[in-house]
Design a protein around this ligand. Structure first.
Ligand code: XMP
Length: 319
């Protein structure tokens, strides 16, 4: 629409003004926010931009391949695919505290970008897809109590020593506005419509200790769940849906045998901006069919729960 196209031009002018002739690196996560950030920057400054897609080992099934493919097929931008999963998963070994997980991942992200920035001659800026809700949820009011709910890995705290300045063109926007801008920039509809995915990825959908085994089970279960949602035509009605693997095993029975496997939580919410959310009222048929499919198709899960908590008092993610 005309408002968004005017806004787009305004942002492009601002980016050019801020960046000048310097090089920028952009943290591409594959989500709508960072994709729009990358494409907008590419439009503003072309080859002065290098995008780095970091695979932290906490992505969903086949996600890295899909993201890289989409950018290679549609945009002619400088893209580095960095597989850093050993680094991240190694650092997270034995960590179960949610804030320590987030801080560990956040710190490594900075290290990794520093590493790539060092390889790019004249890199002075780091672009991030920070949105308005990220900004305000992380604000602490001076004089009052801190209202920080969770450490967002992509907000604030960029150490001065990193020596990179931030470019955050989406800081004033809500999610729906970012989607409109993505449409304006020609991002494929399948990408624009994707549910949000948090920077720390599956780490915060795996409460307790993160292991490669649990991640593999979680990826498969999540893929079946999302497939069910798509098959029932519900994907676009839902703001965000995902599975989380719970830090407990329970006893079950399958065929003649006893099982002792992980329990899985399914979450789905409706929301306008992620700040508040209602749990999605799936039919009992849908829930029954989905848990049957997951237990039959995913080895390692023998029990499925549906999370009926809204936000508040819950948050959308489990951590
Ligand atoms: P919560 O769990 O706080 O999440 O209700 C609100 C929205 O934010 C996403 N989220 C994140 N996004 N980095 C991100 O980029 C993060 O660290 C992060 N933590 C939560 C979450 O998926 C939901 O859409």
């Amino acid at each position: 629409d005309w408002t968004m196209s005017a806004y787009r031009e305004e942002m492009i002018a601002k980016i050019r003004e801020q960046v000048g002739d310097k090089q920028v690196i952009c943290a591409l996560s594959g989500g709508v926010d960072s994709s729009v950030t990358g494409i907008l920057l590419h439009e503003a400054i072309g080859d002065q931009l290098t995008c780095v897609f970091v695979d932290h080992g906490l992505l969903r099934l086949n996600e890295a391949e899909q993201v890289v493919q989409m950018f290679r097929d549609n945009y002619n931008l400088n893209l580095i695919h960095a597989d850093e999963s050993d680094l991240f998963l190694g650092a997270l070994e034995g960590v179960s505290d949610p804030e320590i997980k987030r801080k560990t991942i956040g710190k490594l992200f900075i290290d990794v970008f520093q590493k790539y920035a060092d390889q790019i001659e004249g890199a002075e800026f780091l672009a991030q897809g920070t949105l308005y809700p990220d900004v305000i949820e992380s604000v602490s009011f001076s004089g009052g109590p801190s209202v920080t709910i969770k450490s967002h890995h992509n907000v604030g705290g960029l150490p001065e020593k990193m020596g990179l300045k931030l470019v955050e063109p989406l800081r004033e926007l809500f999610k729906d506005e970012v989607r409109a801008l993505g449409h304006e920039l020609g991002l494929p509809a399948s990408f624009i419509g994707r549910h949000p995915f948090p920077g720390p990825g599956l780490a915060i959908r795996c409460p307790g200790e993160i292991t490669r085994d649990k991640l593999e089970i979680l990826r498969k279960a999540d893929a079946v769940y999302i497939d069910q949602i798509r098959k029932h035509g519900l994907y676009d009605e839902i703001w965000q849906a995902f599975a989380a693997i719970l830090p407990m095993r329970t006893v079950g029975v399958m065929g003649d045998g006893r099982t002792y496997d992980y329990a899985l939580a399914l979450r789905a919410v409706t929301s306008v901006d992620g700040m508040t959310a209602d749990y999605y009222p799936f039919s009992h048929d849908f829930l029954g069919e989905t848990s049957t499919r997951i237990i039959n198709e995913v080895k390692g899960i023998n029990r499925v729960f549906y999370d009926t908590t809204s936000k508040p008092p819950g948050t959308i993610e489990l951590e």
